[in-house]
Design a protein around this ligand. Structure first.
Ligand code: OAD
Length: 235
């Protein structure tokens, strides 16, 4: 790890599991009998907005009951101390990385605590429940929706992510099943550009074969240990 300067970390639902947030594809992955792929779509929002809002309202409300865990804390420490480039790309729509103190990060799948106007594109902080035909304060269209990237929509900030992956020396994936693209393909892009690749996950994932190394275990244990290795004796 001595020659590493630039790091990209990809996180998924597994990093927040020990905080008490359900993952998408675990044993508790079904929600009211629906697969996530059937709820998180523009078509579902148009056909059954109450269902989609209920899904995200429940997740937004759950944020008040949870706290960052040791894995979020360790990444925030890496963010504070690491002198090379670092980008934490999270697929998570919770705010646990920020609450732990991470700043060099982005939400590629959107955020629960944000609303998006489908008419004018304005984003705004959002804390409470949502319902159909909420009025946008910027353009007055009844078009507010969760600021979440639905299946079939383009993830946020892909140019910035691609640029960071193309120049990183180490790509680390934490707590993600490797089931959803484009994030699932980042490891191959990183390898293509010559980066070392490391996966930290509770189980082998669909992408494990593409990593130089996979460490199996809970993020709350593996991530602090890895950050300690990276930072050595630095406080
Ligand atoms: P998944 O639910 O698909 O996968 C979670 C992964 O975390 C699995 O591989 C688990 O083995 C692992 N895991 C569970 N508990 C863990 C722990 N304590 N420590 C480490 N790993 C653990 O979640 P994602 O891969 O994040 O999209 O799902 C990707 C996207 O699919 C999500 O961002 C979401 C969903 O549809 C949107 O919301 C747009």
């Amino acid at each position: 790890m001595r020659d590493i300067e630039n790091i990209v970390v990809l996180t998924g639902a597994g990093i927040s599991a020990e905080s008490g947030l359900a993952t998408f594809r675990g044993p508790d992955g079904l929600w009211e009998g629906h697969r996530v792929e059937d709820v998180c779509t523009p078509e579902a929002l148009a056909a059954n907005p109450a269902l989609v809002h209920r899904f995200y309202d429940a997740r937004r409300a759950a944020l008040a009951q949870v706290r960052p865990n040791a894995a979020h804390d360790a990444l925030a420490r890496l963010d504070r101390v690491w002198t090379g480039d670092l980008l934490i790309v999270t697929q998570n729509v919770d705010d646990l990385h920020e609450r732990a103190g991470a700043t060099r990060m982005l939400h590629m799948h959107g955020e629960l605590l944000s609303a998006l106007c489908a008419a004018c594109g304005t984003r705004m902080p959002w804390a409470g429940d949502m319902h159909d035909r909420l009025t946008c304060p910027a353009c007055a269209a009844p078009a507010l929706r969760p600021d979440i990237v639905f299946f079939g929509e383009m993830p946020y900030q892909m140019e910035r992510i691609d640029a960071a992956i193309a120049t990183c020396d180490l790509f680390v994936s934490i707590g993600t099943s490797g089931a959803v693209y484009p994030a699932a393909g980042f490891v191959r892009t990183a390898r293509h550009h010559g980066a070392a690749t490391l996966e930290l996950n509770l189980d082998p994932s669909a992408s494990s074969i593409y990593f130089d190394r996979t460490r199996i275990g809970p993020a709350g244990t593996l991530v602090p240990a890895w950050v300690n290795e990276m930072l050595g004796g630095i406080a």
